[in-house]
Write a protein that binds this ligand. Structure first.
Ligand code: ZN
Length: 431
């Protein structure tokens, strides 16, 4: 056995003696000295335990199958390698195996579920902090946890370890209670890149019960919303949302899904409705009510000026009633009236008339509300803030596509309560 045990034993005794001999020793002194020493004891003890087992010849047969060619690879030499653990950086002596095919591998390492030089505990802590704090702040926090990783390494690992991963692979299946509905909501938000602003798309799958009174239309009571977010083209993103929906449970029993059960809700963006057509063709489609109302404000502000709030409010309130009642022709007529009074508005008028006519079938608000549908997209708007903006829209941040997609993968894992599921699958993998 390594003499490290005797060494540590000696140090423990000395520390005990020294601290008990100190007159009126304070709790702070004991805390400081014992925890500092404990770190060193832990590191040396772990290192000794691991080297003893990984370098033993008993547990390391002379020959094992080669992972590259399935031939025989032979125990070659015992070498040290550094591993970053919660007990500090440990130098572990372990056997390398060499094969005639040229491959060198370390069976001991392959059994550990390591991510390169990092233990799973350390790599999970690294990702958890990087998902929530900017890289520099995360590196500082990690150091506080005794893990020394530079912010550039952290950034690199965030990308490396999420490569080829899909958020939807780690969501738990949910079932839809009788009478409840699935909501698929989508939105876009903008982040800064070196080429200017880029759109990040966010999708959410959630469930809701029909609302029985019209006053709760904007409030949503979703259970366990699941998110996906990335800087993707519409087609790719559609696949990601469809995969999330399928894993969460929307298609778990395709035959029983009826048209009342799936709702797609979004703003006026064309990609959302193309996505709905392709992946949720029988869904009830709803343009977010607040967004539609926002368009009324836009027209009114153009017509009456931002400053004339009273006139703007009066016009919007009067137009909101036909909007809510799905009387599109009246909404359009009121917008056109503004254009007649002020010909310079013609572009705005045409654009907004087009918007209301195009989405009329997605704006049956009274009818939808009476049937208990959610007509506001509060869930997805809040997702844009808490999934994306909180981490990715801090001052001075500029994102590359791989960089933003990687960080959003980790953030979605956290928000989807899928963190443990992901790390459980990593146990059996090797890096
Ligand atoms: Zn081989």
């Amino acid at each position: 056995m390594s003499n490290i045990v005797a060494e540590i034993h000696q140090e423990v005794q000395e520390m005990f003696q020294e601290l008990t001999d100190t007159e009126n020793v304070s709790i702070a002194t004991v805390e400081k000295q014992v925890s500092a020493a404990a770190g060193s004891w832990g590191q040396r003890l772990s290192e000794a335990i691991l080297s003893e087992t990984a370098s033993s010849t008993d547990g390391s047969p002379v020959s094992v199958p080669c992972p590259s060619c399935q031939g025989h690879s032979h125990r070659h030499r015992c070498r040290g390698r550094n591993f970053t653990t919660a007990c500090g950086v440990l130098r572990v002596l372990r056997w390398e195996y060499k094969c005639k095919c040229g491959s060198i591998h370390v069976p001991w390492e392959m059994r550990q579920g390591l991510k390169g030089q990092y233990t799973q505990h350390v790599s999970a802590t690294m990702m958890r902090l990087a998902a929530q704090l900017n890289y520099r702040a995360a590196a500082v926090e990690l150091k506080h946890h005794g893990i020394e990783v530079s912010h550039t390494t952290l950034h690199q690992k965030v990308r490396e370890w999420s490569e080829g991963e899909a958020v939807s692979d780690y969501v738990d299946e949910q079932s839809l209670d009788a009478g409840a509905r699935w909501y698929v909501s989508c939105d876009g938000c903008h982040i800064n890149s070196s080429q200017g602003w880029k759109e990040v798309k966010v999708g959410c799958v959630s469930k809701d019960y029909p609302h029985t009174n019209a006053t709760s239309v904007i409030k949503m009571r979703p259970s366990s919303p699941r998110y996906v977010a990335s800087e993707s083209q519409a087609m790719d993103f559609g696949q990601q949302v469809a995969a999330l929906a399928a894993q969460t449970g929307i298609y778990q029993d395709e035959n029983t899904i009826d048209t009342e059960e799936v709702v797609v809700i979004g703003d006026g963006a064309a990609w959302i409705w193309n996505l709905a057509d392709e992946h949720f063709p029988s869904a009830t489609e709803i343009v977010d009510y607040m967004h539609a109302k926002g368009h009324l404000y836009d027209v009114a502000k153009h017509a009456f000026g931002e400053d004339d709030r009273e006139t703007v409010e009066t016009w919007v309130r009067a137009t909101e009633t036909p909007l809510y009642n799905a009387e599109t022709s009246q909404v359009v007529a009121r917008i056109r009236d503004l254009g007649k009074q002020n010909p310079t508005l013609s572009d705005v008028v045409e654009r907004e008339v087009g918007y209301f006519e195009k989405h009329a079938h997605r704006m049956r608000y009274r009818d939808l509300s009476e049937k208990g549908y959610q007509i506001g997209s509060g869930v997805i708007e809040s997702a844009c803030k808490h999934v994306v903006a909180e981490r990715c829209k801090q001052a001075g941040m500029r994102w590359s596509k791989p960089g933003i997609d990687a960080i959003l993968f980790w953030r979605c894992l956290l928000k989807n309560e899928a963190w443990d599921t992901y790390w459980d699958t990593q146990d059996t993998q090797t890096a």
